[in-house]
Design a protein around this ligand. Structure first.
Ligand SMILES: [Zn+2]
Length: 103
């Protein structure tokens, strides 16, 4: 997964297109991420007794990583991610393709 928790992203498809937000949780198996305050759907809650009256709440649904572009924290632009291999080829470092900084 190229996207990590805490990354700043911009949504490139769907109803929240153009919205900038950050990644709250990643689901590597599904290539999906949960974003802060984006891709929200109304959920109806049933009353569950005292103090829990029920109602309608907004619930964020995971969004496919193909609908996102990472915003580089260094140059502040939507970018693609490249990888740099360490000398022993064991570690990969993410780099911004635009400014070449590590991210
Ligand atoms: Zn950059």
């Amino acid at each position: 997964m190229k996207i990590k928790k805490g990354d700043k992203v911009v949504i490139t498809r769907g109803k929240d297109k153009g919205k900038k937000t950050s990644v709250e949780k990643v689901f590597p198996g599904e290539a999906k991420v949960l974003l802060t305050g984006a891709n929200l759907f109304k959920k109806h809650l049933k009353p569950r007794g005292e103090g829990k009256p029920g109602g309608i709440i907004d619930v964020g649904r995971p969004l496919s990583v193909s609908s996102l572009a990472l915003i580089c924290p260094k140059c502040n632009q939507p970018t693609r991610i490249g990888y740099l291999l360490s000398k022993n080829n064991k570690e990969k470092t993410r780099i911004c393709r635009k400014c070449k900084n590590q991210i």
